[in-house]
Design a protein around this ligand. Structure first.
Ligand code: HDD
Length: 691
C-alpha cells in the first residue's frame, strides 16, 4: 500500500486531524529526478563514454546498426510528442493549497470542505480554441481546471472563466468545436472565432448567443490568469451527512479582481510575447506573489428548483448573484511552479466525474455528456487506461481495486486475486459503506420516456443575453460592439445578416450599432423588453488594486537620485513592480551617482507588456530615447493606462497633448506624485480620459 495511504489510514483510525497540505509534493518527490547529479547513461543505466558521435565504420563511413545508444536516443526522441488536447490544448499549470472555511459543512459532507482543512491542489489554465503553440492573448474562453488531492480521492473542478456554455446538450460539443476551430479546407484561422464557420454555427444554433456575448466582452481577454474568475457552469449537487441534497453553483473569485486587456493591446502582445499569461503566472509565483482565489457557492434548496424563470439544468444560464448570494467556502493559493511542464501540466488529466462523497451531479445534459468524454479523450491522449498512475494524476490516498494490466502499467499488484467476490484474500479489496467513506450516488428519483428531445424550459435563448448586455458599463458595451463588428466583419455577408437578425432578438441598440459597422441594413425594430441587470457581471464592479501591476520606468543617466528613489520605494511598498527601461542594458546613473540596473531596453519590452509608464527621462536624451519614449507613451495612452512623469519626462506629455487628462500624473499637477500615481494604478485604466 502507498505510504501516504497507510499514514492517512492510521491517522483516521486514531481520529487525528490530518495535515495533507504537503502530501502531494511528498508523493511527487518520489518521482522527481535530478539529472544534474550523475553520469550520462542509457535508459538501461549503462554509462556512456561518448554521446555526440554515432558509431560508424570509419570516420567517414556509414552508421552501424549496432549503435544501441544512437537507436535508443533517436527512438525516444521520435516518440516525444503526444496528441495535444482536442480543446484546451494550450495550458499552464501550478501547484497550491486549498483551505476550507467550514461554511460548506452544513451542505456537503466532503472532508476537504471541513473547517481548517488544507488540501493540495493542481490548477491548469488554458485557452480553448488554439493549438498548443498558439498565443496566450487571443479572444477566447479560458479553462480553469483544479484537481483537489483530497484524503478521499481526487476531486476535479473543471471550470471555465465564463459561467455559461455554447450548447445545452453534450451531443453538440463536436459540432461547436468543429465550427470554432480553423476551417477544414485550409486550417485558417488559428485560435480565433472570427470566421464563417463559427458565426454560421452561432446564427443557426441560437442557444450559443449567451456564451458568445461573454466571448465578445472583455472577459475573453484576461490581463492575467491571476485576475480571472472561474465558473463551474453546471448546477451541481452538494450532499450532507444526513443525505440531504442542495443544488450548488460554484465559482472562483480572484483576490485581485477580474481584469482584462484591451483588444488592440492583446493583439500587439500576441506578437510581442505569445507567452504573456503563462509568464505572468510563472513570474508571480517565482517572485512570491502567490495568487489567491476564494471558492464561492450559490446554494439553492431542492424545493426551489423551479422558482427561477429559467431551468437550473440549462448550462446556458447563470443565477444572478443578486438573486442568490455567493457564500465563500474556502481559499486557494497557488504557491509552486511545476518542475516539468510535460510531466505535470501536459500529463494532468481532469474529469468532471472525479468527485468525492458530498459532491454529486445533476441531470444537466451537458454535464452528463462530459462525464463520458473526459476519460475517453485521456485514453487516446495519454495512451491507455493507466493514466491515473502518472505522478501528477495519482490520488494522495492511493488506489486499490481489481483493475489490472494495460499499456504502461506501473503498479505491481502482489495479490493473486483480481476479482470480487473472492475467498482467497478475504474478499479484499472490498467496498466501503457510505458511513465508512464509500461513495454513494444521490438517489434522485428519475422517471420518463426515452426521447431525443429538449425540455421547453431550455427554449429561451435571449433573456440572459440581454441581462448581460444590460449589466455592462459603457466601456464594456463599446468593447462588445467592436468585438462583434471585428468578428462578423471577417465573415461573408449572408452570415453577417443572419447574426444581426439573432442579435435583434436581444437588443435593438446592440444589433443596430454592429449592423452599421459591418454594412448590414440596421434592423428597425426588435429587442427584448427586459431591463433587469446584474451588477456582479461587470468587471468594473470587481476589486481593483495595484498589487503586482508593472510600471515601466523610462529613465536615462542624470536623473534626480533622491526623487526617483523615493518614488520607486513608494511603488514597491504598494507592491507595484517597477521595470527599469532604458536605451541600452548598462546601469543608469543618477546625478549623484545612484545606479539602477536596467531590466529592459526599448527593444526587449514594449508599452503593451506594461500596465503603466513612469517617465523620468534625463537631462541629455538621445534621439532614439526620445523617439521610443514617444511611441511607448502613445500606446500606453491609447490603451487607457496610468502615466506618470517627473523632471525631464513632463515635456513628452505636453508635446503629446496628454497632460490634463485623467490618469496622467505629473509633479506639476500634484503635490504628492507617488500617492496619486499609486491611486491611478489602483484604478487600472482610464477609459475615456475625461478632462
Ligand atoms: Fe471540456 C477539456 C472545461 C464542456 C470535453 N474542458 C476541458 C478543460 C476544461 C474544460 C477547463 C481543460 C482541462 C485541462 O486543463 O486539462 N468543458 C469545460 C467546461 C465545459 C466543458 C467548463 C462546460 C460547462 N467539455 C465540455 C463538453 C465536452 C467536453 C460538453 C464533451 C462532451 N473538455 C472536453 C474534452 C477535454 C476537455 C474533449 C479536452 C482535453 C481533456 O478533456 O482532457 O474531453
Amino acid at each position: 500500500m502507498d505510504k501516504n495511504r497507510e499514514q492517512m489510514d492510521k491517522q483516521t483510525s486514531r481520529g487525528e486531524q490530518q495535515d495533507n497540505s504537503n502530501k502531494k509534493q511528498e508523493q511527487l518527490d518520489q518521482f522527481r529526478i535530478d539529472d544534474t547529479k550523475g553520469d550520462l547513461t542509457t535508459n538501461q543505466g549503462l554509462k556512456m563514454s561518448e554521446d555526440e558521435f554515432s558509431l560508424k565504420a570509419g570516420e567517414r563511413g556509414p552508421t552501424l546498426m549496432e549503435d544501441f545508444h544512437f537507436r535508443e536516443k533517436m527512438t525516444h526522441f521520435d516518440h516525444e510528442r503526444i496528441p495535444e488536447r482536442v480543446v484546451h490544448a494550450r495550458g499552464f499549470g501550478a501547484h497550491g493549497v486549498f483551505e476550507a472555511y467550514g461554511t460548506a459543512e452544513p451542505y456537503s459532507k466532503a472532508k476537504f470542505l471541513k473547517k481548517g482543512k488544507k488540501t493540495p491542489v493542481f490548477v491548469r489554465f488554458s485557452t480553448v480554441q488554439g493549438f498548443r503553440g498558439s498565443n496566450d492573448t487571443v479572444r477566447d474562453t479560458r479553462g480553469f481546471a483544479t484537481k483537489f488531492y483530497t484524503e478521499e480521492g481526487n476531486y476535479d473542478f473543471v471550470a471555465n472563466n465564463m459561467p455559461v456554455f455554447f450548447i445545452q446538450d453534450a451531443i453538440k460539443f463536436p459540432d461547436v468545436v468543429h465550427a470554432i476551430k480553423p476551417e477544414p479546407r485550409n486550417e485558417i484561422p488559428q485560435a480565433t472565432a472570427a470566421h464563417n464557420t463559427f458565426w454560421d454555427f452561432v446564427a443557426n444554433n441560437t442557444e450559443s448567443a449567451h456564451h458568445v456575448i461573454w466571448n465578445m466582452s472583455p472577459r475573453a481577454l484576461p490581463r492575467s490568469y491571476r485576475m480571472m474568475e472561474g465558473f463551474g457552469v453546471h448546477t451541481f449537487r452538494f450532499v450532507n451527512d444526513e443525505g440531504k441534497g442542495t443544488f450548488v453553483k460554484m465559482f472562483w473569485k480572484p483576490k485581485l479582481g477580474a481584469h482584462s486587456l484591451v483588444f488592440e493591446e492583446a493583439q500587439m502582445i500576441a506578437g510581442n510575447d505569445p507567452d504573456f499569461n503563462r509568464k505572468d503566472l510563472f513570474e508571480a509565483i517565482e517572485g512570491g506573489n502567490y495568487p489567491e482565489w476564494e471558492l464561492g457557492v450559490q446554494l439553492i434548496p431542492e424545493e426551489d428548483e423551479h422558482k427561477f424563470d429559467f431551468d437550473l439544468l440549462d448550462p446556458t444560464k447563470l443565477v444572478p448573484e443578486e438573486d442568490v448570494p455567493v457564500t465563500p467556502i474556502g481559499k486557494m493559493t497557488l504557491n509552486r511552479n511545476v518542475d516539468n511542464h510535460f510531466a505535470e501540466t501536459e500529463q494532468v488529466a481532469f474529469h468532471p466525474g472525479h468527485v468525492v462523497p458530498g459532491i454529486d451531479f445533476t441531470n444537466d445534459p451537458l454535464l452528463q455528456g462530459r462525464l463520458f468524454s473526459y476519460t475517453d479523450t485521456q485514453l487516446i491522449r495519454l495512451g491507455g487506461p493507466n493514466f491515473h498512475e502518472l505522478p501528477i494524476n495519482r490520488p494522495i490516498n492511493g488506489f486499490t481495486n481489481h483493475q489490472r494490466d494495460g499499456y504502461n502499467r506501473i503498479a505491481i499488484n502482489t495479490s493473486n486475486t483480481a476479482y470480487r467476490h473472492n475467498s482467497i484474500n478475504n474478499n479484499k479489496p472490498d467496498v466501503a459503506s457510505p458511513e465508512d467513506g464509500g461513495y454513494e450516488h444521490y438517489q434522485e428519483k428519475v422517471e420518463g420516456r426515452k426521447v431525443r428531445a429538449r425540455s421547453d424550459s431550455f427554449k429561451d435563448h435571449y433573456t440572459q443575453v440581454k441581462l448581460f448586455w444590460n449589466s455592462m458599463s459603457k466601456r464594456e458595451k463599446d468593447h462588445i460592439v467592436s468585438a462583434y463588428s471585428f468578428e462578423l466583419g471577417k465573415c461573408d455577408m449572408p452570415i453577417r445578416e443572419m447574426n444581426i437578425k439573432v442579435l435583434s432578438n436581444v437588443d435593438l441598440e446592440l444589433a443596430q450599432r454592429i449592423a452599421k459597422n459591418i454594412g448590414v441594413t440596421p434592423p428597425e425594430s426588435g429587442g427584448l423588453d427586459y431591463d433587469k441587470s446584474s451588477p456582479a457581471l461587470s468587471q468594473d464592479n470587481t476589486p481593483h488594486m495595484p498589487d503586482t501591476l508593472k510600471v515601466g520606468v523610462l529613465i536615462d543617466d542624470g536623473f534626480n537620485d533622491e526623487e526617483v528613489q523615493r518614488h520607486l520605494e513608494a511603488f514597491a511598498s504598494a507592491n507595484l513592480q517597477s521595470v527599469i527601461v532604458s536605451e541600452d542594458q548598462n546601469p543608469v546613473k543618477g546625478a549623484n551617482g545612484t545606479e539602477l540596473e536596467v531590466e529592459h531596453t526599448f527593444d526587449t519590452t514594449d508599452a503593451v507588456l506594461l500596465d503603466a509608464l513612469y517617465v523620468v527621462g534625463g537631462p541629455d536624451l538621445s534621439k532614439d530615447f526620445v523617439k521610443e519614449t514617444v511611441k511607448f507613451l502613445q500606446k500606453a495612452f491609447d490603451h487607457f493606462k496610468p502615466i506618470g512623469a517627473t523632471q525631464a519626462g513632463i515635456p513628452f506629455l505636453r508635446e503629446g497633448n496628454m497632460l490634463d487628462h485623467e490618469g496622467v500624473i505629473t509633479t506639476e499637477n500634484t503635490n504628492d506624485f507617488s500617492t496619486d500615481f499609486i491611486e491611478a494604478m489602483t484604478k487600472h485604466r482610464f477609459w475615456y480620459r475625461e478632462v
